[in-house]
Design a protein around this ligand. Sequence first.
Ligand code: CP
Ligand code: NVA
Length: 304
Amino acid sequence: MRGRDFLAVSDLGREELLQILDSASQFKRGLDPGLPLARRSLALVFLRPSNRTRVSFEVAVHRLGGHPIALFDREIEMGRRESVADVGRILDRFVDGLIARIPSDRDLRGLAQAMGSPVINAMTDLSHPCQVLADCLSVQEQVGHLEGARVTFVGDYNNVCRSWIEATQVVGLDLRVVGPPGYLPDPVPNPVQGAGRLLVTSDPGLALNDTDVVYTDVWTSMGQEEQHEDRRQDFGPYQVNRQLLALAPPRAKVMHCLPAHRGEEITDDVLDGPQSVVFDQAENRFWVQMALLWAIFQGPEESP
Ligand code: CP
Ligand code: NVA
């Protein structure tokens, strides 16, 4: 995927996705990725808070020999001090790529159009592809295989959930999305890959009874803070606590993209319990993003 943008999981084909996971595993096991970003600078535009995404990308850019430049809203005031497209046109004159966390997916695509160099989606309100790409590696490691793995997303049909559905369409997972009526995908998207299956339900027992992974995320995403009270009420029965986890087989792993709102979507005893793999999961953000950067900046040239 040399020179390409990565704006959504569906930008990847099945082989490309599996290749990135394979490179990530090899880097994790000690393979030297070299310095494909030597003498290159990448801008990281973060209009929303971040711990994992920004730090793991900054460190990965540095590890590959590049120079990361983090920019925050207070500095560039994108769309206010300057139009989104103009920000892109200017950055493109200075840097070799852009990693952007911005609320609007449309703005992200506008930036990508304004820039000739590659743009990576570090999360919008619509999707979080880097998160789910890294989570695919965690599923592979924890379950033993990715394709056909039974992953149950418990909670809101949000950016992370949307990227999970795209992953199902690319590599053929057995994905279940379970949440309260009114917060579920409607209409239910259609998985296209051979082994891909998608179940959307409000019945946790149905979704969890043979699952390999119980995955959750916050009920109130960034930007939805004014809905917090309503959401706390509506999602209450879907808290990942000991009772809900007991609906899944004991071998099931608990995953969460983090940050967790402890005591809301997940309880401390589950997040810190023996089935939880959330900190190993978070570490994989680094390895997979390093593999993604490698594929974009060092991977084989593509024929036009
Ligand atoms: N999971 C994730 O994207 O975390 P941050 O918001 O801290 O980057
Ligand atoms: N759905 C969450 C993910 C945070 C990484 C949010 O958008 O706030």
